[in-house]
Design a protein around this ligand. Structure first.
Ligand code: ADP
Ligand code: GLC
Length: 485
């Protein structure tokens, strides 16, 4: 089976969040399982520079406003995964992020940039761009690649099937309806059962309407996104496809995230040799200017600072956290109001609150290795990866019971503790009081070192490697193939 993953970001080249980690790891896991897998990516500067031995497989004329568009095939550094690179310098060769300029404003031509990504994937699937390789399945990730599903549906000769994975329903790729003509799709694709969304165009809806199958990144989020509360206005569309929607939990790339081999942390450790964890904690306390107290429970946050992540609850619960003798270490960037509020908290509580505003991949490893707990009080969380990293590092997750957090963390209830199943702390209401109660439970448990270490060992023993998810996706693709496959 030949599979093409279409996405806008990929670890370690371009990353704004967990999507990149998934796109970096899933193709490799599927190749290990025996599938013939390639990726297609926009020719953003970091990707163009990194792809090895690119050769031109197709030269297109002007497309979506770009004067020169070419498709090149090379290999990703490290993994060797074959990668198609869309060369369109007018659309992709620029400084800044994949979706936004350095000042945080959306690129004004995102419609053209990501329509091109979908168009190229669909034309590869139609067998037009690379005569030596035609995918059986195009697996498109998030709104950035969703137009592949619409272009494939628009082409009667395409036999390849499409799978669309929702990583985050809150980012939808909305554009002016007046620009529909730019997409080169038949008029029927504009109607309310097509891309039209309250007078705009929605690329996310293109994926939800036209993909053969829809997946999301945890079973609980698959159910949640069909509800008014979590559906971000698209729950009706999702309910309309209920038979085609499933949730497959993300995995962890343990070659990148494992305290037994992580070269970026102060000391290595593993379940039967935990001494290195204390070294990592002391190093983090020093790095962030926290009191170097081994007995203070250290709560860590590594996160985009956005409303999704519920970090306003942490600000409200901070007095209770500090009164319990705990410390807070936060690394994040995003919403300027939250950045300022956490910086102010660090200023107000020297030695107890340490804050690093910014994005730094290696620092994230030091944070997760050094903290005792990782906090995710998310309002919604399709999967969440940092709690999975926390589990592996014996950094117990304290999470809200939503989405993938509910599916991956076992609350320290009496029965879970008795059965040795407990791996973290889970709370329900998105209120400071509910978070404070969970913080108090965690702090009390931390004061019982033997029971704490037992939980650490349960957490570290959990296996969220990619092989399971890779196999589930391959089964899903097989179900879409004609019987002979
Ligand atoms: P989301 O994709 O919603 O941001 P995930 O938990 O799926 O949430 O993935 C977040 C990823 O981004 C993780 O790999 C995490 O380590 C990383 N990350 C988030 N914020 C930062 C930061 N400030 N610096 C470095 N890495 C970060
Ligand atoms: C999104 C979600 C996050 C998920 C990630 C990877 O960014 O917010 O919960 O883990 O995608 O699927």
């Amino acid at each position: 089976m030949k599979i093409l993953h279409a996405a806008a970001e990929i670890f370690p080249l371009v990353k704004t969040g967990g999507l990149a980690d998934v796109v970096g790891a899933l193709p490799q896991a599927q190749i290990s399982a025996g599938a013939d897998v390639r990726v297609i990516l926009p020719g953003l500067p970091a990707i163009r520079e990194a792809v090895l031995h690119p050769r031109t497989v197709f030269e297109a004329g002007p497309l979506f406003g770009a004067g020169r568009v070419a498709l090149r095939l090379g290999r990703l550094p490290g993994s060797g995964v074959p990668a198609y690179l869309i060369e369109a310098p007018y659309l992709f060769a620029r400084p800044g992020g994949p979706y936004q300029a350095a000042d945080g404003s959306e690129w004004g031509d995102n419609l053209q940039r990501f329509a091109l990504l979908g168009w190229m994937a669909a034309h590869l699937a139609a067998g037009e761009l690379d005569t030596s390789w035609t995918p059986d399945v195009v697996h498109a990730h998030d709104w950035h690649a969703a137009m592949a599903c619409a272009y494939m549906a628009a082409h009667p000769g395409t036999t390849a099937r499409s799978v669309f994975t929702v990583h985050n329903l809150a980012f939808q790729g909305l554009f002016a309806q007046a620009d529909f003509g730019e997409l080169g799709l038949p008029a029927r694709f504009l109607q309310s059962h097509g891309l039209e969304y309250h007078g705009q165009l929605s690329f996310m809806k293109a994926g939800l309407k036209y993909a053969d199958r829809i997946t999301t990144v945890s079973p609980t989020y698959a159910a949640e996104m069909a509800t008014h509360e979590f559906g971000c206005g698209l729950d009706g569309v999702i309910r309309g496809r209920s038979g085609d929607v499933s949730g497959i939990l993300n995995g962890v790339d343990y070659r990148v995230w494992d305290p037994a081999s992580d070269t970026g942390i102060a000391a290595l450790y593993q379940p039967d040799r935990l001494a290195g964890k204390a070294v990592c904690k002391a190093a983090l306390q020093r790095e962030l200017g926290l009191a170097e107290n081994p007995d203070a429970p250290l709560f860590g946050v590594v996160s985009r600072l956005s409303a999704q992540k519920g970090l306003d609850l942490v600000l409200s619960a901070l007095p209770a956290l500090l009164a319990g003798g705990a410390q807070l270490a936060l690394q994040g960037s995003g919403d300027p109001v939250l950045e300022a509020a956490f910086s102010a908290a660090a200023y107000a509580h020297p030695g107890q609150v340490g804050v690093k505003i910014g994005y730094d991949e290696v620092m994230a490893h030091r944070m997760i290795a050094g903290a005792d707990l990782i906090l995710l009080p998310s309002r919604f969380e399709p999967c969440g990866l940092t709690q999975l990293y926390g589990l592996r590092y014996g950094t117990l997750p304290l999470v809200r019971r939503v989405g993938g957090l509910a599916d991956t963390v076992d609350d320290a209830t009496d029965s879970a503790l008795a059965q040795g199943r407990a791996t973290g702390f889970v709370f329900d209401a998105a209120t400071p009081a509910a978070l404070e109660a969970a913080l108090a439970r965690a702090i009390a448990r931390y004061r019982q070192p033997e029971r704490w270490q037992a939980m650490m060992r349960s957490a570290m023993a959990r296996d969220f490697s990619w092989s399971g998810a890779a196999a589930q996706y391959l089964d899903l693709y097989r179900g879409l193939m004609p019987a002979s496959h």
